[in-house]
Design a protein around this ligand. Structure first.
Ligand SMILES: *Cc1c(COP(=O)(O)O)cnc(C)c1O
Ligand SMILES: [Zn+2]
Length: 402
């Protein structure tokens, strides 16, 4: 059993109440389980396939879930990049290997299942792209309609393609993500659609399994988890999951939660560096990493707590650093990710250079979305293919062979 609890005032709400923010103080809600009466058997978990649903005892879904087989993503040792930046124990968890190519699927399998469990018949979200692609696919699997609001002209091509093909009603607004979220929130409250942005506490429940899997795959608790931060839901989710494993006696220490933002869109970094009690929103966030182009992170209060309570930190990286690391991951490790995803690894490189990260730390970087999400940014960075006449001499000359 679980309840929803306000993270600020502690007010509780029953599991079947449809509520996105505390009705007393307006702050975020979190799912709370009765962990001391819960019977979780690590051995039983280990017999199940590595996936979101391996951990179903600490997920809120009681009906057969709406699943496309999400999670179970690879954890790669970054041997070449690690060697170059001086980190022998550097790993990447490739969330681009989920059904629609981003970690958002972990949240959506739980979120859309909860929509059905709560007897909702339509779903909606605002999105920088990946949330809409994922919601569209899971709504299709559930057989219910989905509405998605996107900031016009600011969504990577692959993501729009997915949302359209999976049959969501796709609306582009002449405004940024933060405005799209306000609008869809109002729409859901007034017209009864179920809101599946990361203000929805159930989505974060699915996303926390990234951390569970990383611990299971590594066979030990990492010293540090590094995540790109947009709305700050994912870093909050992974932290919450770890607190639950510690309460259950399944983990003995907490990794340092570390968030990376793009320099042009870094309100969480500023709040951490200046030790502000809360995040000051940015009105005009700008970065090539469109998935984290967010000025007013919805889950900022949860993320600041996660970073501060674990002795973690936050840092920003430039677009040039992001794109250089995207290329390095692709060319040195064979790992294809979208720009936002490369921010976590670009961030660890910078933190090592700054002396913030120790060289013997065991570090898991979450790389959040697949290379094919944003082909336009890729094409802009690479030389186009060389076109030649269809004969061998032309081929040899193009390859500079004789
Ligand atoms: C959503 C997303 C993020 C940001 O995650 P938040 O939970 O909003 O902080 C980062 N990278 C990719 C690829 C995403 O889709
Ligand atoms: Zn409250």
């Amino acid at each position: 059993m679980f309840r929803l609890v306000c993270v600020e005032c502690g007010k509780t709400f029953p599991p079947d109440e449809i509520v996105y923010n505390c009705t007393s103080c307006g702050h975020l809600l979190a799912v709370q389980y009765d962990l001391d009466t819960l019977n979780v058997d690590r051995g039983e978990w280990n017999r199940r396939p590595l996936s979101v649903w391996r951990y179903r005892e600490i997920l809120p879904v009681t009906i057969p879930p709406v699943s496309l087989k999400e999670g179970g993503t690879p954890l790669y040792h970054l041997s070449r990049i690690g060697k170059e930046i001086g980190l022998p124990y550097l790993y990447a968890k490739h969330e681009g290997m989920n059904p629609t190519g981003s970690f958002k699927d972990r949240g959506m399998t739980v979120g859309v299942s909860m929509a059905l469990q709560l007897k909702k018949s339509s779903v909606a979200c605002a999105s920088t792209g990946n949330t809409s692609a994922s919601l569209a696919a899971y709504a299709a699997k559930a057989g219910i309609p989905a509405v998605v609001l996107l900031p016009a002209g600011k969504v990577a091509l692959g993501k729009v393609a997915q949302a359209l093909m999976h049959g969501a009603k796709v609306i582009s607004i002449r405004g940024n993500f933060d405005r799209a979220l306000e609008m869809v929130h109002e729409l859901c409250l007034s017209h009864g659609l179920y809101l599946l942005n990361s203000v929805n506490p159930f989505r974060l429940e699915g996303q926390k399994t990234i951390g569970f899997e990383a611990v299971d795959q590594l066979g030990t608790v990492p010293d540090r988890m590094i995540l790109p931060v947009g709305n700050a839901g994912n870093i909050s989710a992974v932290y919450k999951g770890f607190t639950e494993l510690i309460s259950l006696g399944l983990m003995d220490r907490m990794p340092m939660m570390t968030g990376i933002q793009a320099a042009g869109s870094s309100p969480v970094v500023r709040a951490v560096h200046q030790n502000l009690p809360e995040v000051i929103p940015e009105d005009h966030p700008e970065t090539v990493a469109t998935a984290i182009r967010i000025g007013a992170p919805v889950n900022a209060e949860k993320a600041l707590a996660a970073i501060r309570k674990t002795g973690g930190t936050a840092e920003s990286v430039s677009d040039a650093e992001i794109l250089a690391m995207q290329k390095a991951l692709a060319r040195m490790e064979g790992i294809g990710v979208e720009p936002a995803s490369a921010a976590s690894v670009a961030g660890v490189k910078k933190l090592v250079e700054m002396g913030v990260v120790d060289r013997d730390e065991r570090i898991v970087c979450v790389v959040t979305g697949h290379l094919l999400k944003d082909p336009e940014t890729v094409i802009r960075q690479c030389e186009p293919p060389v076109e030649i006449d269809a004969d061998l001499p032309s081929l040899l000359s193009a390859l500079q062979l004789s």
